[in-house]
Design a protein around this ligand. Sequence first.
Ligand code: HEC
Length: 204
Amino acid sequence: MADNDNDHLLDHSYDGIQEYDNPLPTWWKLIFYASILVVPLYLWDPLGIGVGPGKEKAYQQELAAFNAAHPKAAASYTDDQVAAFAKNPAKVEAGKVVYTTYCVPCHRPDGGGIIGPNLTDDFWIHGGRPTEIMKTVTEGVLAKGMPNWGKMLKQEQVEDAVAYVQTLHGTNPANPKEPQGTKYPSDSAAAPAAAAPAPTKKGK
Ligand code: HEC
């Protein structure tokens, strides 16, 4: 065993048994010192691994920033939610401002339509269900000249605009554009169940 020059035999003996005081191997000591050098990284926390906000918190912060920058998919709303926006006076009021600022050139102040369709009648090209209106406004119909407002406005502004658009329904604009698209609610949906054909997808 004493083939290593560093090995140093301790000068005590128990029942004739002696032991070496072996120095730690160099490779072990290098790993030990290297791991000490890594400690400041944990204190400084560049990766959210140590004392700083931590990975979880950093993730939440990033997610919040992402959600703020990227509007919610129109599909994540329910009809009831979107319909409720139109019953919230604060949202409708804010929506009127959004509408006046961005939508009037194509839909006219009274919603009667000019470049874009009439928003006050019962007829919808892309469906009159609240979520369908939400989808049209969020994603637009770029090929037909309706911008994708979800990319340009804040999520709340899109909601508000849709709230306001819903309140335009049934108003009587001067000089309205002719009806375009399908009726919503469709007549068959309003008819008595016995007379109505098998339910079809509304607004399509
Ligand atoms: C540059 C012109 C333009 C602007 C600005 C514009 N729209 Fe439109 N919009 C259109 C056109 C064109 C259509 C019809 C698309 C089609 O024919 O498929 C449309 C369709 C729509 C529809 C669907 C109507 C239907 O019959 O299905 C809604 C709802 C709507 N716009 C709301 C808005 C709102 C809200 C704004 C403002 C935030 C807005 N639009 C701004 C041109 C515009």
